[in-house]
Design a protein around this ligand. Sequence first.
Ligand code: NAD
Length: 485
Amino acid sequence: MNLEIPKYISNYIGGQFCAPRNAQYLDNVNPATAEVYSYIPDSTAADVQDAVHAAQQAFPAWSNASTDFRFRVLNKIAELIETNLAVFAMAETNDNGKPLTLSTRVDIPRASENFRFFATAALHFASESHSMADKAINYTLRKPIGVVGCISPWNLPLYLFTWKIAPALASGNCVVAKPSEVTPMTAYLLCHLCEEAGLPAGVLNIVHGNGSHCGSEIVKHPDIKAISFTGSTRAGKDIASIAAPMFKKISLELGGKNPNIIFADCDWDKMMRTTVQSSFANQGQICLCGSRILVEESVYEKFKTEFIARVKGMVIGDPLDENSKQGAVVSNVHFDKVMSCITLAKEEGGIILLGGNAVRLEGRCAKGYFIEPTIIEGLLPGCRTNMEEIFGPVVTLQSFKNEEDALLKANASEYGLAATIWTQDIGRANKMAAAIQSGIIWVNCWLLRDLRTPFGGFKSSGVGREGGWEAMRFFTEPKNVAIEF
Ligand code: NAD
């Protein structure tokens, strides 16, 4: 199979590659070079309507297909992603600015894993039965919802896109999906693999475009009965305000401001290595990154000195260079946002311990959007820098006195996505894990993911959970049948 990177990306509707009806396109920029290298459909309500129509046509056959057929097609897509790893990884890096080593080792393999995992879920998904002694039996049918909408962000483009569409398809739905307009290429390439794998026309429809013209049309469409969204809390609020009065099912995976809590008794070397990763992986653009580092008072100065030394050693460079540990941030707009957050931190009295500046590289990447990994201290827990999501290579350091103080600071945020705890005291780890208001807690590790576990956040980090049976349940409607003996 020969996958080519097109100049003009197409929508994929009813098994056809097609231009947007209005023939309007948006620029697709490589953030490492700041060059426009392709164009993205600026799709509108008319394209979404076409996609919904195609999905409705395909739904009866797909929802009634055997689970074995669904398994085979989705598993084939997983295989094809693996076979085409190099093309996909390069496309992801050119769209997103992340190091090619990261796309190759993490993003694209994980997209394939998502398809394989949910392909097998199609085979194993079962529903409950409740026996009422010798009186009756209840059993639950789980029916696919129909046409569902999946909308994803730019930070882990194919990884998060497939995390939604794979369970939606595995449970028998037809999908209208929109990747981020900032990183559309791998979702486009995926359509070719779907064709090759024998996914029937109309089962998966991909429309490209921005949030206001295209994303909100998916949310508003009366025949799209569920919305699975990952992105900012701001967009999540808008989506909930439209979808809730229409009584749509919604799953919202939103922003975070995650605490990384470090006690003096931790495995120091493992904590240091992992904290560099959890702070700056993917230029800090992972919703699970620990952006508020809380360190026990007695080891605060030691931590600060070692952390700065290690982060100083990270190579910022061309994402295609295998030595680069930090690539570009995703766009000019995001570059400006992160830089303005650093300015705000200084205005709030923050002391920049490391970084704080744009990086100007030589050669191919001379115009790219690179920012130094930035470490800030001296800010109060409630200031804007410690409250608002930055989503870039910026962390703050705060010290804490004891467990109570650590908890108070960890829970001070309106977000509640993830938290990391470093301690060798198992009792303390369990107590803290139970008391922290976050959907995901890592003890002595970070980003250790098992696809069967519930994934999602408390508070402003979202509504609902993805992953494993949670996702399969989200994409199905339960129906109880009671039979009296
Ligand atoms: P974003 O909200 O700007 O956009 C996300 C997607 O939604 C894009 O496809 C966009 O076009 C679309 N969109 C935007 N506004 C919309 C609207 N009103 N209606 C419908 N669709 C709309 O987010 P982003 O900048 O692409 O991504 C970064 C954000 O995503 C961060 O806040 C990050 O924390 C969050 N995120 C969360 C998770 C998680 O699992 N909780 C994972 C990754 C990223």
